[in-house]
Design a protein around this ligand. Structure first.
Ligand SMILES: *Cc1c(COP(=O)(O)O)cnc(C)c1O
Length: 241
């Protein structure tokens, strides 16, 4: 695994996608998705200048983050259960993937208790996949005012995951709809939503062409999440029963 070479390839692909879309490459942030990878891998990525890391499980993050360099930013990118909201507020600078008012209210309570404000992204399930978490667009529009009224939460934008596709071009409409929904939310809020978290290893170029400002890349940077790496990570951070 050559993270430096992988990173260079990813940066070249980000630049090329920005060029095609007439965008400034500095408008797209690269998140290194470090789930199932050990702290040493995070340290190696940090040594190459990466600063933003994504984890999808609170229990894995709790075991890993204290062992990583201290100057990194961490976002929770996976589905969050309300009973882990307190720890999420403790470990993460941002919670991506808020997908219900109940969860938002729990995060509000925990952020209040921690005397901090919590930046969040609202996850949308634009493709309507039953296997994925995320707001249905209509529900999001209905609940937006109530979400925005929670004083300790700062809505920075939207997050989405496209269905897996061998041809990334086929999921372009998903990213486009997410961007359009973000614009609609901006109108309703009367405030800008600067962050659109869209695109993973298989589809980040199309996502950038459709307006993504934050791409979440794991496999293209660190290689396949092997069984061995998963086992190591789960030994370090046992799953809750
Ligand atoms: C795992 C994960 C990613 C990264 O996926 P890759 O295909 O490995 O780049 C991005 N976003 C979320 C929410 C994930 O869970």
């Amino acid at each position: 695994m050559d993270i430096a070479a992988n990173l260079e390839k990813i940066q070249n692909r980000i630049h090329a996608a920005c060029e095609r879309a007439g965008r400034d490459p500095s408008s797209v942030e690269l998140m290194a998705v470090s789930k199932n990878h050990p702290p040493e891998t995070v340290a190696a990525a940090a040594a190459l200048g990466l600063r933003l890391f994504g984890e999808n499980k609170v229990q894995e993050a709790r075991a890993k983050i204290p062992l990583c360099p201290g100057h990194l930013r961490w976002h929770l990118i996976g589905h969050l259960q309300s009973n882990k909201a307190k720890e999420a507020v403790q470990w993460f600078q941002m919670v991506q993937g808020v997908d219900s008012l109940a969860l938002a209210r729990e995060l509000q309570k925990r952020a209040e208790a921690a005397a901090r404000t919590l930046p969040i992204l609202l996850e949308v399930n634009v493709a309507g996949e039953s296997t994925k978490f995320g707001y249905r667009p209509e529900t999001l529009l209905q609940e937006l005012a109530a979400l925005n009224a929670l004083p300790r939460l700062e809505i920075h934008g939207l997050m989405c995951m496209a269905p897996y596709a061998i041809q990334p071009e086929t999921v372009r409409p998903v990213f486009r709809r997410c961007r359009e929904l973000a614009r609609r939310c901006e109108e309703l809020l009367g405030a800008p939503l600067p962050t659109l978290s869209m695109g993973m290893s298989g589809d980040f170029e199309v996502a950038i062409e459709e307006g993504s400002t934050l791409v979440r890349v794991g496999t293209s940077l660190f290689g396949e999440r092997s069984y061995a790496a998963r086992r190591e990570a789960s030994l370090a951070a046992p799953e809750d029963p």
